[in-house]
Design a protein around this ligand. Sequence first.
Ligand code: GRG
Length: 294
Amino acid sequence: MSVNQTEYLNDYKRQLDTNVIKAIEELQAPESLKEAMKYSLTAGGKRIRPLFLFAAIHAYGKDPQVGMATACALEMIHTYSLIHDDLPSMDDDDLRRGRPTNHKVFGEALAILAGDGLLTYSFELIANDARLTDSDKIWLIQLLAKNAGPEGMVGGQVADIEAENKEPTIQELEFIHQHKTGKLLSFSVLAGAKIGGANEAELEMFAEFSHHLGLAFQISDDILDVIGDENIIGKPVGSDDGKSKSTYPALLTLDGAKKQLAYHIDKAKKALNQTKQNPALLLELTDLIAVRDS
Ligand code: GRG
């Protein structure tokens, strides 16, 4: 990535960091709840979803600032999903991003409610955004609800839970990841394109791009897990705290997973190269997914 592009994206990441916390501080809500919401929002997330949203707006030559509220909403939904995913009734994790998980610090009830608060507040943020047209707001709220809900991330999480301790087919694994991880990433790109002014044909192209991007993101996550686990003697591939989770390396071997990653990155870039807009930042972020180290 060129120095200018890196600086540009870092600048937007910093603006997102500031705006997302400001939005929580503006809430007239119990301080304990706001603290629990802020704790996970400031835990060092990469902000990859907001960055894809900004990059898609940038492709249309528009000021990415127009998407700030939607980007904050997106990061809030992502953060809620991580808080709930870590709960004792789900993955029962004590650490996330190297820090105690939300329920370890605030207790289970407040962690659940912090997640609920982030989820619901995200829709309020979009609905109240004076920089968006009413028709764009409805479009964004509908797509966000669909992609985060039963037909999207929540459905993918259920499919993932139901696949525990089984060996799914590659198609079943793709369904899980396309929904659990891919749908929110897909929203990032489509929301940015819509705010930028994309027409129906361009939105279809971005849907194709983000389909492959979502799978590539998950495969690279699985590969990172294996590489990170290599020093843990006796930990079988795909195992997480005693529960057997399906992963691409477990199904396809590490080498096979790397080939699948390269395949989806290539397909994503081919889709993106059809656009008449400026895809430079989107291409750069896609390359970061291909070689991510965290
Ligand atoms: C609880 C409804 C509900 C859904 C949870 C997203 C999710 C669904 C679970 C997270 C499990 C997981 C680790 C999935 C792998 C891909 C993924 C979403 C990784 C985390 O996203 P990053 O890498 O995280 O963007 P940061 O920490 O950078 O924000």
